[in-house]
Design a protein around this ligand. Structure first.
Ligand code: PLP
Length: 449
C-alpha cells in the first residue's frame, strides 16, 4: 500500500471511530446477528487477489463491529461494561502503529519503561506496598492464572479457599494448573454474598487435621454478581496467622479505590499478597488490559526464561525483561493506552467518573425503592452494581424481559441467579450514563411483556 493511500485510509478510520463515538447513544446497546447472514457477508473464499480496502473497511465497521454488545453505550448495563476513553484508544492505536514490543529490556526499553511506570501508578492508586511488582496481561482471567502459577511454583500445591461468588475464571485457572477438585474448596457465601469468616477458619482447621495442606485464600473485591467485597481485613488476619497466601480478585472493583466511599468499601485491599485489576473494565481502557500486582520476586523466580538466542537481550541490574514476569514472550504494549489516558485526563477526572458510576447505582436503587409494589431490591447498590426483581414474576419472566429489552436495542441489562432465584442486575459504570438513561431503562423493563 502506498503511503498516501495509507494516510487517506487512516484518516477514514479516525472519522469512522469518532463518528461512532459521538453517535453511539442513538445506536442499539446490543445487536446480535444471524450466523448465516454474517457469514454470507464476511466469509467467502480466501481472497487470492486484492479487494477494495474501502469496501473491506465498510464491512468491518458496518457489519462485523456493529453486531456486538456496545460496552461503551450509555445504556449498556449488562455483565461488565467497557466504557473506554478516546485518550486510551489513541494510545492503543499508536502502540499498534509502532508495533511496540515489551518482551525484553534491550529490545524494548521504551515500552518496558511505560509498563513499569503504569504498573507503579496502578499500585499507588490501590495503596499496595511500594515494593510490589506487576505485569500487564490480557485481562483478569490471565492475571489470576499468572498469580496462581507463581504461587504454585514458589510454594507448591495445596488447598485453595474461595466462595460460590468467586468469578468462574479463578477455579478454571486452578484446574488448568492441576489443582484437584478437593483442593478447590468452594465455601457457600453468607447472606450478604461474602466469604463466611468462621466457616473459612473451620475449613482450614479441618483440612489440617485431615492431613491436607492449606495454601491460599481468594478474596473478591467487587464480585461480578453483586459488587460485594469479601471481609478482606479478616481474611488477611487468617492468612497471616495460618501462613497462607492471600489473592484478591479486584478485576472489577479495584478502581473503586479512587473514590472516597469506594475506598471505604474496599478497606483491606492493600493487604493482598497478589491482586488483580482490569483496567479494561472500570479504568476506561479498550479491551486487552489486565494487571497483576504481586509481592516482589515472585514472577521472575517463577517464569524466568533465557534461552541462548535471547542472551543478547537479557536485562542487567535495574532493568526488566517483561517476558520473565509471565507466560508471554512477544508482548504488545498494553501500557501505552493507560499512560496516555492517565496523562490526558488526570486522576481527578478518573475519580469523578468512578464516583459518577457509584452514584448511578445508588440512584437506581432509590428509583426502584420508590415503587415497592413493583420492584424488590435483592442486593442494594455496591460498587456500581444493583440487583432487583419484579414482584410476582418468576425466573422465566425475568430472563424474557432481559431478552426483550436487548432486542429493542434501547438498553442492555443482565439477569443473574442469586440464592436460587433469577434477578435483574445493572452495572452502572459508564461516565456517559445519565439519570434519564437509567430511569428510562427501568421504566421500559417494567413496561415490556
Ligand atoms: N474477576 C471478576 C470479578 C470479573 O468480573 C471478571 C470478568 O468479568 C474476571 C475476573 C475475568 O476477567 P477477564 O474477562 O478480563 O478475563
Amino acid at each position: 500500500m502506498e503511503a498516501e493511500e495509507m494516510r487517506r485510509l487512516g484518516h477514514r478510520v479516525v472519522d469512522i471511530v469518532v463518528d461512532r463515538l459521538i453517535n453511539r447513544a442513538g445506536e442499539p446497546a446490543i445487536l446480535t446477528g444471524e450466523a448465516d447472514e454474517l457469514l454470507a457477508q464476511l466469509g467467502g473464499p480466501i481472497p487470492n487477489q486484492p479487494l477494495d480496502p474501502e469496501e473491506s473497511l465498510r464491512l468491518l465497521a458496518e457489519v462485523a463491529f456493529t453486531h456486538q454488545q456496545r460496552g461503551d453505550h450509555p445504556r449498556y448495563f449488562a455483565r461488565v461494561p467497557g466504557p473506554s476513553s478516546f485518550g486510551a484508544i489513541l494510545g492503543d492505536w499508536l502502540g499498534t502503529g509502532f508495533n511496540a514490543i515489551t518482551a525484553s529490556w534491550a529490545g524494548g526499553s521504551g515500552p518496558a519503561t511505560l509498563e513499569l511506570v503504569v504498573i507503579d501508578w496502578l499500585r499507588q492508586l490501590l495503596g499496595l506496598p511500594s515494593d510490589y511488582e506487576g505485569v500487564l496481561v490480557s485481562g483478569g482471567s490471565h492475571a489470576s492464572l499468572t498469580a496462581f502459577a507463581a504461587v504454585q511454583a514458589q510454594r507448591g500445591t495445596g488447598t485453595v479457599y474461595l466462595t460460590d461468588q468467586t468469578h468462574s475464571s479463578l477455579p478454571r485457572a486452578l484446574k488448568v494448573l492441576g489443582f484437584s477438585e478437593s483442593q478447590i474448596h468452594i465455601l457457600p457465601s453468607d447472606e450478604q454474598f461474602r466469604m463466611p469468616v468462621q466457616a473459612l477458619r473451620e475449613a482450614i482447621a479441618g483440612h489440617r487435621r485431615a492431613g491436607a495442606r492449606p495454601l491460599m485464600v481468594i478474596g473478591t473485591a467487587g464480585t461480578t454478581n453483586t459488587g460485594t467485597v469479601d471481609p478482606l481485613p479478616e481474611l488477611a488476619a487468617i492468612c497471616e496467622a495460618e501462613e497462607l497466601w492471600l489473592h484478591v480478585d479486584a478485576a472489577y472493583g479495584g478502581p473503586g479505590c479512587l473514590s472516597a466511599s469506594g475506598r471505604e468499601d474496599l478497606k483491606g485491599i492493600e493487604l493482598a499478597h497478589s491482586l488483580v485489576l482490569d483496567p479494561h473494565k472500570w479504568l476506561f481502557q479498550p479491551y486487552d488490559a489486565g494487571c497483576l500486582l504481586i509481592r516482589p520476586g515472585m514472577l521472575e523466580r517463577s517464569f524466568d526464561m533465557n534461552p541462548e538466542y535471547l542472551r543478547d537481550v537479557t536485562a542487567g541490574t535495574g532493568e526488566v525483561d517483561f517476558r520473565n514476569r509471565g507466560l508471554e514472550l512477544t508482548r504488545r504494549t498494553r501500557a501505552a493506552k493507560l499512560w496516555l489516558s492517565l496523562r490526558t485526563y488526570g486522576v481527578e477526572r478518573f475519580r469523578e467518573a468512578i464516583d459518577h458510576g457509584l452514584n448511578l447505582a445508588r440512584e437506581a436503587q432509590k428509583y426502584l425503592a420508590a415503587n415497592p409494589r413493583r420492584w424488590e431490591i435483592i442486593v442494594p447498590a455496591q460498587l456500581g452494581i444493583v440487583c432487583f426483581a419484579l414482584r410476582g414474576a418468576g425466573d422465566d419472566e425475568h430472563e424474557e424481559r432481559v431478552r426483550l429489552l436487548s432486542e429493542s436495542g434501547y438498553a442492555c441489562i443482565s439477569s443473574t441467579r442469586l440464592k436460587g432465584k433469577t434477578v435483574f442486575r445493572l452495572c452502572t459504570i459508564n461516565p456517559l450514563t445519565s439519570t434519564d438513561d437509567l430511569e428510562g431503562t427501568i421504566d421500559r423493563l417494567a413496561a415490556l411483556s
